[in-house]
Write a protein that binds this ligand. Sequence first.
Ligand code: PLP
Length: 417
Amino acid sequence: MQPRIAGRNFLFVPGPTNVPDRVQRAMMVAMEDHRSSKFPELSTSVLQDLKKVFKTEAGQVFIFPSSGTGAWEAALTNTLSPGDRILAARFGQFSHLWIDMAQRLGFDVQVVEVDWGEGVPVQRYEEILSADKRHEIKGVLACHNETATGVTSDIAGVRRALNAAQHPALLYVDAVSSLASIDFRMDEWQVDLAVSGSQKGLMLPAGLGVLGVSGKAHGAMSGAKSRRCYFDLADMIKANATGYFPYTPSLPMLYGLRESLNLIFEEGLERIFFRHHYLAEGVRAAITSGWRLNLCAKEPKWYSDTVSAVLVPEGVNAGHVIDVAFRRYNLALGAGLARVAGRVFRIGHLGDLNELMLMGAIAGAEMAMQDVGIKVTAGSGVAAASDYWRTHDPVPKMRVSREQQFYESHSTGSIQG
Ligand code: PLP
């Protein structure tokens, strides 16, 4: 047996993220009857409050006992029929996996290949949609934050492309690693299906697939012929209307979600977005000014505020950095996936964290890189991040708009198990 490693594990993969102590405590509950007359208080409050996180008043939010992948499937199968055409772009492992799922479910996916390190090609989308005069494309997929490469895409731009082409296709957005960390505006961007999961910005363990559904997407359900059963929204809508689920929900996860929503509203969504940007800028300073390495994201406009993928020098296997960081320093960094395996390691900077937690990740990555022979100057990443954080404000100087006040207004309540 391996001897115990003392101290905390530094978890800096881009999900699962660190679960705050308050959320962990909230999940330590005795099991309850999920058909009791008390249960709807909890379910209704979390379903209502999730809408604020998605920034939707018009839409409805659903929770599936799955991970984000389940919510991907629910989004597609509830609104499309086999053979339907979908437009999608592939620029990382997660945009790839959603395309792969759509193909395996029998949809006809028109794939735009994009260099890994860039994001949704808005201009190309507009050209394709404008050329589709007969409106054969029924759905447009966009991965808001490609976790594999650390790239954030312009979803408002995708909406503008659809509008410019006067195209009625449904807009499907993967917000798995952006929701509650990077600004996401379901109503304003007219997103029809917004997919997320619990183990990233929502600061919970994996286990909940979260899905925002617009009125237009709701309208598409009756004509959608894809086979579905466990993920049939019709069952969920019927059960949720009375405050229940069509099957046994995970009570601890729902209590944890209640507490994570409380934390989110206590900090304020806009402040959370600002904090993620501020922390990400410090990490990027460490990578580019300190270590003099490149990000996988090719231009600043693609930089993700939740994850940075660091390109290691040619001839080095990034997997070795990750392995040494884990075994020697008890630090979990994200691996390079698929096409960028061995080329990058990733630092997740999302969820419940602050400067000094990230300093641990930066220092550990720096030591691991030196151990495998990468020429980085000792302390250079830490110094660059510290220079950034010491000279920038950690909270936004902004006037809170009426819209923000709405979304940040008090939650529907804290419910204890
Ligand atoms: N989409 C993105 C952008 C992701 O980062 C992930 C997981 O990391 C997924 C989808 C799949 O989500 P899950 O692993 O929760 O099924």
